[in-house]
Design a protein around this ligand. Structure first.
Ligand SMILES: CC(C)(COP(=O)(O)OP(=O)(O)OC[C@H]1O[C@@H](n2cnc3c(N)ncnc32)[C@H](O)[C@@H]1OP(=O)(O)O)[C@@H](O)C(=O)NCCC(=O)NCCS
Length: 298
């Protein structure tokens, strides 16, 4: 039975982000549940316009439960797949255990099926909750190895700050124009999560590679260089990235399938409390080791 029929006194709302008070209600739910402030997105143009939130509000306008879908096209095995991500799943403690989330999951997955999404993706620490809906855990791998030989021409780079309006505009432009970082598995188009993750993880460095017209998200940890993501019209080779960033590490860790980097690493299981789950036939073509870029985490 749908939660709306359970005499909860709650109001079901869908696609409500145009109402600023309702958006603030979701921001508060996520702050109270996860301790994160997604309201910061208001500084970058607001939430993902493709978002389709499903929620319950009480008589005071408090958002007591939410689950959102959003469009996140992905490249799988050389083919662009119409995929949806699911995020912002939360129910306020006093409303848990009454089937509200079951109701919202059914609505969100049903809506995506009706829209013709071929693939569903989500990240969760509760994989068993999504298995009844056809989601399966997709093991993730990082790619680790020694750096490539130095690139012949170094090229130049400059550091970007998400707090600079000009830099933020450049980052947005690069993300809109980007080629997927991998043909094996990569997010093809997603802007808001990249920006949000740049703000949430203050250790992430963003650099613009001028000759390649690409931005690179990276971290240096000791003598190891971590490549998190790259966005541009073409993918610079790893050797050019390291040279342009003046990085000379002992080892390299790439957090996405490195097939376009002109470099090969060894796939090593990525151990995390958070599982990547996928649902849909396209997921069956995912046989090679893959990883969702940390900049696309949602
Ligand atoms: C997880 C959460 C959203 C569940 O909300 P809820 O309204 O209590 O869930 P429901 O009562 O609708 O239960 C839906 C189903 O999920 C199952 N479920 C609930 N909590 C679960 C958990 N922690 N682990 C596994 N399954 C769970 C229920 O048994 C139920 O299964 P059924 O349909 O087979 O009976 C809520 O506890 C919450 O907000 N937790 C904190 C934030 C969080 O973890 N969000 C999920 C992020 S992936």
């Amino acid at each position: 039975m749908a939660a709306s029929e359970l005499n909860t006194g709650l109001t079901f709302r869908q696609d409500y982000f145009a109402d600023p008070a309702a958006w603030v209600g979701l921001v508060a739910l996520l702050e109270d549940t996860f301790g994160i402030d997604v309201g910061i997105q208001d500084c970058f143009g607001g939430p993902d316009p493709t978002s389709m939130p499903f929620a319950y509000f009480d008589e005071n306008g408090v958002c007591v439960a939410n689950f959102s879908a959003f469009s996140m096209p992905v490249m799988i095995d050389g083919r662009l797949v119409k995929a949806a991500g699911f995020q912002s799943g939360a129910v306020r403690p006093q409303w848990r255990g009454r089937g509200l989330y079951r109701d919202l999951m059914n609505r969100a997955f049903g809506w995506c099926d009706a829209q013709g999404f071929e693939l569903g993706l989500l990240l969760t620490d509760k994989p068993s909750m999504y298995e009844p809906y056809g989601f399966k855990v997709l093991p993730q791998h990082r790619f680790i190895g020694v750096p490539p030989a130095e690139a012949k021409s170094a090229g130049r780079s400059r550091a970007l700050s998400i707090e600079s309006a000009d830099d933020a505009a450049l980052i947005r432009q690069m993300l809109h124009e980007r080629m997927p970082v991998s043909s094996v598995f990569a997010v093809a188009a997603q802007v808001e999560m990249f920006l949000l993750n740049s703000v949430f993880d203050t250790d992430v460095c963003l650099s613009y590679l001028e000759e390649h017209e690409a931005i690179v998200a990276w971290k240096a940890e000791g003598t190891s260089f971590h490549l998190l993501d790259a966005a541009g019209k073409a993918m610079p080779p790893l050797s050019a990235i390291l040279s342009a960033l003046a990085q000379n590490p002992d080892s390299v860790e790439v957090c996405f399938s490195p097939d376009k980097l002109g470099w090969q690493g060894t796939a090593e299981p990525f151990v995390s409390d958070i599982s990547l789950m996928v649902r849909g036939n396209s997921a069956e073509r995912l046989s090679a080791p893959v990883m969702l870029s940390p900049m696309a985490e949602f």
